[in-house]
Design a protein around this ligand. Structure first.
Ligand SMILES: [Mn+2]
Length: 496
């Protein structure tokens, strides 16, 4: 089993590549002994003319079962890996094998020339169907090397003309590679660089399975800094302040916090919440997933045109009073937030709006959209809010899913899922779940800070106690497919 390690830092969300992809930007080749970072799981396309050394490269760096080659698939269907007449059937078989492996979340390498843009696009689309990133590794060997290797294998019947055509396609369409949806494009130029390159596997940023807990998972904070400080105190965290008395961290000897996101907007002290949470995350005392409000604020800070509605104006006004360095730190922090986390050996999933089993530990635009907005149907209700399909009712996954996003007066276990947003900013409570104990700890809001578009029946008298499962609830006949965001998910305006 090849060694796996985490990407040490998350790439910034540039808009082109989701931070989930674990990818590095497009790279060109010059230095020797390149280390190519390959996210796991992902689909890796080797790109190179016949004779560029793809099969040799793959054999030395991947398990035999991880590599699906067009030659082998030709042999499967025609008893002859050189039978070019069998190419169409061979690729049909190749796509089936690749699809099965990606469905199972297994790193898969396609060993085929992949010099044509349309061939690559079809495979990238297949990876996207299974919500795993794609990576291209371009083997750009000199023409004379490719020709000499093919001349030494006359039984293959690949003529000099064909090899030259492949090289022309490769070089002609290479600039298109960066626009084909790859999380990373690694280009190796020359035999020495191809031979020396190593592959470094990196787990996706959502993968915290190695973290066993215990955790305190905290619901939507929305700028309620005083309530957050009070809740952390009740949970046994020791608060740290700077010289001016502002909260900059909180630590527990044994436990760590996972925030379900939506730290910002609507509430009275967004900078206070951000200063505290950023300090905890930077010190390794907490993780935080990306909420839709965090995402909108990040876009607004990047100068994008975002309506100042739904509490964004409060965040921007409060941050305007902070030093520029603080705003820059906030921007970096928000840009680096990950859609969801899979923790404790896969037994716990935290996502802002919840997550269906099929998307857990995966990385794609639609996974990001589900994590931030939930299972939206594309319709709106009488308050102008997006209609949400109750995905938890059909959830049968083995992992506990903790989330927020939709305020509830009382958290209720539904099929091992629990919403922890008890509407603090609307005058409810700020709630945490102790994991694995499954105990709720909550503090009441000091007052109503923001009026909900839909009347929120805050239970101001009674501390939230999770209603024990009416589980398992009956699944509906056929859950609808989550609506794919019409544009990109991150541009979606969400009203919560
Ligand atoms: Mn939300």
């Amino acid at each position: 089993m090849p060694a796996t390690s985490s990407v040490p830092c998350q790439p910034l969300m540039t808009g082109a590549t989701p931070p989930e992809s674990g990818g590095t930007p497009v790279t060109g080749g010059a230095a020797a002994a390149r280390e190519l970072v390959v996210p796991e799981p992902s689909l890796v396309l080797l790109v190179g003319a016949s004779g560029s050394g793809k099969s040799t490269f793959a054999r030395a760096r991947f398990k035999p079962t991880e590599v699906v080659s067009s030659d082998f698939c030709r042999a499967l269907v025609a008893d002859d890996e050189d039978d070019q007449m069998a190419t169409a059937d061979a690729f049909e078989v190749l796509r089936v094998i690749v699809g099965k492996r990606l469905a199972a979340g297994r790193l898969t390498v396609v060993d085929a020339t992949n010099v044509r843009s349309d061939a690559r696009r079809g495979l990238v689309a297949l990876a996207r169907e299974h919500d795993v990133p794609s990576v291209a590794i371009v083997l750009d060997a000199p023409a004379e090397v490719c020709l000499a290797r093919n001349a030494a294998r006359p039984e293959r019947g690949i003529s000099e003309r064909v090899v030259r055509e492949q090289l022309d396609q490769l070089h002609g369409e290479r600039s298109a590679l960066s626009g084909e949806g790859f999380a990373a494009v690694h280009t190796l130029v020359g035999v020495a660089e191809i031979d020396a390159a190593t592959v470094q596997r990196a787990s996706l940023p959502s993968d915290l399975r190695s973290q066993p807990g215990p955790f305190d998972v905290i619901g939507d904070v929305h700028g309620c800094a005083a309530e957050l400080a009070a809740l952390l105190g009740r949970l046994g965290y020791r608060l740290a302040r700077d010289g001016a008395g502002r909260l900059i961290g909180a630590r527990h000897p044994d436990r760590r916090v996972v925030f379900v996101g939506d730290l910002v907007d609507r509430g009275p002290d967004v900078p206070g919440v951000l200063g505290l949470v950023m300090g905890m995350v930077e010190a390794g005392d907490a993780w935080c997933v990306r909420g839709n409000h965090d995402n909108r604020l990040a876009r607004a800070l990047r100068g994008r045109d975002v309506r100042r509605s739904h509490g964004l104006a409060e965040s921007l006004d409060q941050l305007a009073a902070e030093p520029a360095e603080f705003r820059a730190r906030v921007e970096r922090f928000l840009d680096g937030l990950v859609s969801h986390y899979v923790l404790d050996g896969g037994r716990l999933v935290v996502a802002h709006a919840g997550l269906i089993e099929r998307y857990q530990g995966r990385a794609s635009r639609r996974v990001q959209a589900f994590c931030m907005f939930g299972h939206t149907t594309g319709e709106t209700d009488e308050y102008g809010l997006p209609v949400r399909y109750p995905w938890a009712r059909d959830y049968r996954g083995p992992a506990m899913v903790l989330y927020g996003h939709t305020p509830v007066p009382t958290p209720e276990w539904v099929n091992n899922t629990l919403c922890l947003d008890t509407g603090c900013v609307f005058g409810g409570w700020l709630t945490a779940l102790r994991y694995p104990e499954r105990e709720l700890v909550a503090v009441p809001a000091a007052r109503v800070y923001y009026q909900s578009a839909k009347p929120f029946p805050a239970n101001r008298l009674a501390e939230p106690v999770a209603v024990a499962a009416r589980e398992p609830t009956a699944p509906s006949a056929a859950p609808p497919e989550p609506s794919r965001p019409a544009v990109e998910s991150t541009n979606q305006e969400d009203k919560r």
